[in-house]
Structure formats: structure tokens, C-alpha cells
Design a binder for this molecule. Sequence first.
Ligand SMILES: [Zn+2]
Length: 199
Amino acid sequence: MFITAIIGIIFFLVLILLAVRFGLTKQKAEEERESQAVIHTSGIYSIMRKSPREDIGTVKPSRAEISQYLSEQNVDIDKNSLSQADKEALIHQWNTSLENALNEVEEGDKKGLEFYYYYFENNDRVCEKYVTKGCFVTRQDLFKHPELIPPFHLGCRCMLKCHHGMEKIKDTTQIGMRPFLNTKGIPPLPDWKNILKIE
Ligand SMILES: [Zn+2]
């Protein structure tokens, strides 16, 4: 009787040990799966979140190209004459505008933002035929097509702004937030050689 009880207890203990071991193994497998998922997700993110600064040189003219081109131009699209100072202002504005747009994306990445929109404080007679104020692009659009980052041409007034989801849509747009990319991909963008004099 006593031996039977002992055997019963041992058998019960073995069963408990097996159950605990099975539970731990299962938990470990789940943890491994989760950690792999995190690595995979962060892997995608690290690609998507790579600063566009590195690729921008392949889609925008270089400083030398711009200087060379401007040295051969005497008027802007409205036939306003361009002095040497005007040309220097155009180069300065191009650099500042590009730097601001790149900073905006880098700052947006720190906060994990997904949406950016085009914004104009001043009229832009070149862009108005191409880019509508308030049209948005996603971070992924910018990753795939860094040419979507302004400036689009010399003297471009277009700005790229992060959408924090807090700005009132009416303040940022004329006709509501609409995607800039259509089903065919990137709509035509202005030729960078269009010059709009800085006033
Ligand atoms: Zn423009």
C-alpha cells in the first residue's frame, strides 16, 4: 500500500516535470518567433528610414552643374533679368531649400512619421502647374523616389512638411489631403532648369 502510494507520487511528480518542461519549450519557441519578427520589422524600417541625403545627389543637379547652367542664363521664366547677385541668391536658396527638406525628413524619422505634404508660403509659378499645396507623399514614396523632395527647380518655393496629424487639414491644404502619387506612379515634376527669380 505504502509503495503504491510512493509510486503514485513519483509518477505524479514526473508528469508535472514533463508539463513544466513542455510549457517552457513552447514559451521559448514563441519568444524566438517574436524576436525574429522584431528583427525583420526593424530591418525593413532601417531601409525605409535611411536618410534621403545619401541618394539625393543622384536625382538632383550638383552645385557645379547649377553654377555652370546659371552662368549661361540671363533671364528667368518671366524674362526678368538676372544679375550675378540674383544667381548667387538662387544657388543659396536652392541649397537652403534642399537642406530644409532633408532636415524635415530626418526629424520626421526620429518621430516615426509616415506622411509629408507640400506647402507653399509664396506663389510659385513653375510648381503651380505640377504640385498642389497640401498633396501628400508617404515616407515610403520618398524612400523609393527621392526626386519627390523639393526644391524642384531654381527658385522653387515648394516646401516639404511633416504631417504630425495635429495640423488642421484646412490650414495645410486647398482641397484636402490627396496623395501626390497616382496609380501610374510619379506625376511629372518641373525641370530643375526653370528659373524663378528670388524677390
Ligand atoms: Zn517650385
